[in-house]
Design a protein around this ligand. Structure first.
Ligand code: IPE
Ligand code: IPE
Ligand code: MG
Length: 245
């Protein structure tokens, strides 16, 4: 019996975000090049997308490439961009058939034009799908996103589109690249690192955090389901007392 049966159907996190970490260490452990780890990581992505849909998760956000990752060796960055293009090419039809809607967050304009084109086509193709929304964080960092939002707000004030007196949390949120995505209920990080690495700082204000020692290429469907089960055992109090919730 799969442990998916232990998930409470009416308490599934609506949005799960994942910091997919540990590809390089996994490859090294096997005496391989880091890129081998990234290729293997793509297999885990496929498995987890399927698992999320099966569990009834509505939004799955995957941290695939950070602003800071541009500082990696040129060859690795190029290989990652290439992997992105080839993975979208080979998987998009299947995802489309499964009803997956693809979104991106991050500084998409900083990606190579070939990647942007692939992404745009994939976004268009899947825009009306009603199944899982898969959000890819690419060239993403939270500080970039928040600064970018502040700059866009300045522009809109200058244009007279918004008042210059006050801005609410809700209005501010609309300037983030996640404007059309609810905040994550659950954030998972693999590979035994206990940090956020500039990911969704605003949006995870009240997310439940889950860390696992598993390296991303080793992460399985059951690991994903276990994270959800663990999430369901928690009490989300939002500052209130246990008696109030
Ligand atoms: C995560 O794995 C994938 C990306 C950041 C693109 P890493 O490449 O960070 O693997 P480790 O952390 O070096 O093992
Ligand atoms: C975070 O992983 C970014 C992604 C998973 C895409 P990193 O491996 O880049 O983060 P650090 O360097 O351990 O903080
Ligand atoms: Mg890493």
């Amino acid at each position: 019996m799969s442990i998916i049966n232990n998930i409470e159907k009416d308490q599934v996190p609506k949005h799960v975000a994942i910091i997919m970490d540990g590809n390089g260490r996994w490859a090294k452990k096997l005496g391989n090049l880091r890129i081998f780890g990234h290729k293997s990581g793509v297999k885990t992505v496929k498995v987890v997308v399927e698992a999320a849909a099966q569990a009834g998760v509505k939004f799955l956000t995957l941290y695939a490439f950070s602003t800071e990752n541009w500082n990696r060796p040129k060859l690795e960055v190029e290989a990652l961009m290439q992997l992105l293009v080839s993975t979208i090419s080979s998987e998009i039809e299947k995802l489309h058939k499964q009803g997956v809607r693809l979104l991106t967050i991050g500084n998409i304009e900083s990606l190579p034009s070939k990647v942007q084109k692939k992404l745009n086509d994939a976004l268009k193709l899947t825009e009306n799908n009603k199944g899982l929304t898969l959000v890819l964080a690419l060239s993403y960092s939270s500080r970039w996103e928040i600064t970018n939002a502040a700059n866009k707000i300045i522009e809109d004030v200058k244009l007279g589109k918004i008042s210059d007196s006050n801005i609410t949390e809700d209005e501010f949120s609309k300037y983030l690249t996640t404007y059309n995505v609810p905040d994550p209920d659950l954030l998972i990080r693999t590979s035994g690192e206990y940090r956020i690495s500039n990911f969704l700082l605003w949006q995870i204000a009240y997310s439940e955090l889950y860390f696992t020692e598993k390296l991303w290429p080793e992460f399985t469907k059951d690991d994903f389901f276990n994270a959800i089960i663990n999430y369901q055992e928690r009490e989300r109090r939002y500052g209130k007392t246990s008696e109030q919730v």
